[in-house]
Ligand binder design. Structure first.
Ligand SMILES: Nc1nc2c(ncn2[C@@H]2O[C@H](COP(=O)(O)OP(=O)(O)OP(=O)(O)O)[C@@H](O)[C@H]2O)c(=O)[nH]1
Ligand SMILES: [Mg+2]
Length: 653
């Protein structure tokens, strides 16, 4: 109740309102439509746009309407105060205009959506959308005044003192300039203006204080003059509103010194004229400024009038001076005490007494409610099972404690080793059956559907037959005795099988040897000198070896010519004699067949051929001349294989 008016959402002006809605529409539904599109798509787009705009309008308008308090839902005090301050009719009309605009915009959207269904072209649809949005904007522009008014109301509402109409309240009222604000300032920390002229306070002020651990609120009201209600202005009306609607203690302040500028009799007259508002309320007449003038010093006639105020009803006379703070606290405390007493009495009347028993109307209500009772006075004793009575508290130290599954687990080897037996607690006719394994599904069928009730009888019959057959000697045949021939055949077959397996393994070995990885020639290269030193270290005489090696052609003269630069061996033995030797070998090899050239023997040649074939294989498969050849399969047409990709899918290619 207190804070709700502080967070009413801001009310934009009509222009801001339009901007908000239209820019949001533009942001959420940017135009993604072109003339070439299907007409149904164009229509759907503009329909969506119109609908979305209307929705945004209604949403924002409803938010604004909902934000304001509804006059019929709030406390009469607040309702009356709002009426006084903002004129309830004006307020209602402003909100009503918003809700009318809301339904008008909805109607416009409906109409244009219907028209858009028959739009024939992009242009037509667009114009329809423009018209719809334009009409909505016109409706919105007509809300200019109510929106401005509501924004001002919102700002003012936020600054109203938060008065709780239901709590313990003191209302300070009286003629202007009699010291009401001074009193509030004395008893609370409220920051109110105090000036020596009338109508310093122009609106309600609230201050809080604690008395007997309870929070009280004191409300300072603007001064009231004694004239008919209709002639009162807004400022005075606020006081009247507080006096009339708050269930509070009324402190009617008076200034007998007439320093305030109003006569005592006028003040007394005002008291009498607003007395109808005090009905059912606690009223105190508080004489302020007793430092200047006490009631005892008054004229007898005036004193009599004063007594006349007090005689009727339970009006109490209190005295204080705000300047000297004499009696301030006494006034406050006695007002609070009386107020508490009255409120407690009301509570008692309404509900329960201090002992918690229902009183008054509540008791009457309870008497009428029917509560079920046991029939025939049968008393049902509570029943507690023996086991529950004898149940001992589980104690780990007790050796006789019940054995838990956890203990068993510990005995059987601990977690991970022990396997809990789920079948242990099965309750079956025969405990031996517990461990039987029963498949539930067999060959896709539920076993329980096929249980044969006569199975025992059938088994007995079978066993009987078995016994009979055994007795007749049915099983004593000589078939498993094999003769010599059979054994021989079996042996030979075994041999054949073995041999076949051997052949197969050999073939496999050969194949795998052919496919093994090739060691590059460079990795194999070893210099002759290295070999020699190696052999020498093993204790061989190497002089003959090297001589023979150098005298022989190594059968790779052509290849040598090509890779001269990198051949370490060639570099090492590059003496004039060696060069001559090489030239000779080249001349010799140039005349040979290219198929056999560069290979030492038949096996090397076939190997080389096979490698060449293998390398060509892939290129053949791709129908290419060589790896540089550009290749395209013939099945795709040209437009599918050239050019940049558009927005289409790749899988079309
Ligand atoms: N001598 C004396 N002057 C006081 C006392 N209480 C208030 N005044 C003076 O009375 C004048 C009016 O005090 P306010 O508290 O502003 O009176 P008010 O009733 O709130 O006046 P409005 O707000 O105009 O209705 C100030 O100049 C105070 O100093 C008092 O107990 N004794
Ligand atoms: Mg004041």
């Amino acid at each position: 109740m207190k804070t709700q008016w502080k967070d009413i959402p801001v009310v934009p002006t009509s222009q801001e309102f339009l901007d908000i809605v239209l820019s949001r529409t533009q942001r959420r539904l940017p135009t993604q439509i072109r003339a070439g599109f299907k007409i149904s798509r164009i229509r759907a787009f503009y329909t969506r746009k119109v609908k979305y705009t209307a929705d945004t309008f209604t949403e924002r308008l409803s938010a604004t309407i909902e934000g304001f308090p509804r006059l019929q839902d709030i406390h009469p005090f607040h309702r009356d105060l709002l009426n006084t301050l903002y004129d309830a009719d004006h307020f209602r009309i402003a909100l009503g205009q918003l809700s009318t605009a809301k339904s008008l915009i909805e109607a416009v959207a409906r109409d244009y959506v219907r028209l858009l269904k028959y739009g024939q072209s992009l242009f037509q649809c667009k114009q329809l959308k423009r018209a719809a949005l334009g009409r909505m904007a016109t409706i919105c522009k007509r809300l200019k005044d109510p929106l401005v008014y509501l924004e001002q109301v919102r700002q003012h509402l936020g600054r109203l003192p938060s008065i709780d109409p239901n709590t313990r309240t003191l209302v300070i009222c009286g003629y202007p300039n009699v010291g009401k604000s001074s009193f509030l300032k004395n008893i609370s920390r409220a920051d109110v203006d105090i000036q020596p002229y009338a109508f310093t306070t122009k609106s309600l002020f609230v201050g809080h204080f604690d008395y007997k651990m309870l929070r009280f609120q004191a409300i300072d009201t603007p001064g009231i003059l004694d004239h008919p209600l209709e002639e009162m202005n807004t400022i005075e009306h606020q006081s009247i509103c507080a006096i009339a609607h708050l269930r509070a203690a009324i402190l009617y302040f008076m200034d007998l010194s007439e320093q305030c500028g109003y006569s005592v009799s006028a003040q007394i007259a005002l008291f009498h004229s607003i007395k109808p508002l005090f009905a059912n309320k606690l009223v105190f007449v508080v004489i302020n400024k007793i430092d200047l003038m006490r009631p005892e010093d008054l004229d007898p006639s005036v004193q009599e009038q004063l007594q006349g105020m007090l005689k009727e009803g339970e009006v109490e006379l209190l005295q204080l001076s705000c300047t000297t703070t004499e009696g301030v606290m006494q006034v406050r405390n006695s007002a609070c005490d009386r107020l508490l007493a009255v409120r407690n009495a009301e509570k008692l009347k309404a509900g329960t007494n201090s002992a918690g028993e229902p009183t008054g109307r509540l008791a009457e209500l309870l008497r009428r409610i029917h509560v079920a009772q046991p029939m025939g006075g049968v008393v049902r004793e509570t029943f507690i099972p023996e086991a529950a009575k004898n149940k001992a508290k589980y104690d780990k130290a007790d050796p006789n404690r019940p054995k838990l599954e956890r203990d068993i687990e510990e005995e059987e080897g601990g977690p991970g080793v022990y396997n809990f037996n789920m079948r242990k607690n099965y309750i079956l006719e025969n405990p031996e059956w517990k461990e039987d394994r029963i498949p539930e599904v067999f060959e896709g069928k539920n076993v329980y559907d096929f249980i044969d009730p006569d199975i025992e009888a059938k088994l007995a019959a079978l066993e009987e037959e078995e016994e009979r057959l055994e007795a007749e000697g049915f099983y004593e045949s000589d078939e498993d005795l094999e003769d010599e021939d059979d054994a021989d055949i079996r042996y030979k077959a075994e041999l054949i099988r073995e041999k076949r397996q051997l052949i197969r393994n050999e073939a496999k070995m050969r194949k795998s040897l052919k496919n093994r990885a090739m060691i590059p020639r460079s990795a194999k290269t070893q210099k002759l000198s290295q070999m020699e030193s190696h052999l020498e270290s093993l204790g061989y005489d190497t002089s003959k070896v090297s001589a023979r090696a150098r005298s022989q052609s190594r059968g790779r003269s052509l290849a040598r010519g090509r890779s001269e630069g990198v051949d370490g061996d060639a570099m090492e033995i590059d003496t004039p004699k060696a060069a001559l030797e090489r030239a000779k070998s080249r001349a010799r090899s140039a005349s040979t067949n290219r198929r056999t050239d560069g290979v030492t023997d038949e096996t090397a040649r076939s190997k080389a051929e096979r490698l060449a074939k293998l390398a060509q294989k892939k290129m053949n498969r791709m129908a290419r001349q060589g790896e540089a050849d550009r290749h395209q399969t013939g099945s795709l047409t040209k437009h599918l294989t050239v050019g940049k990709r558009g927005i289409g899918k790749t899988n079309r290619r």
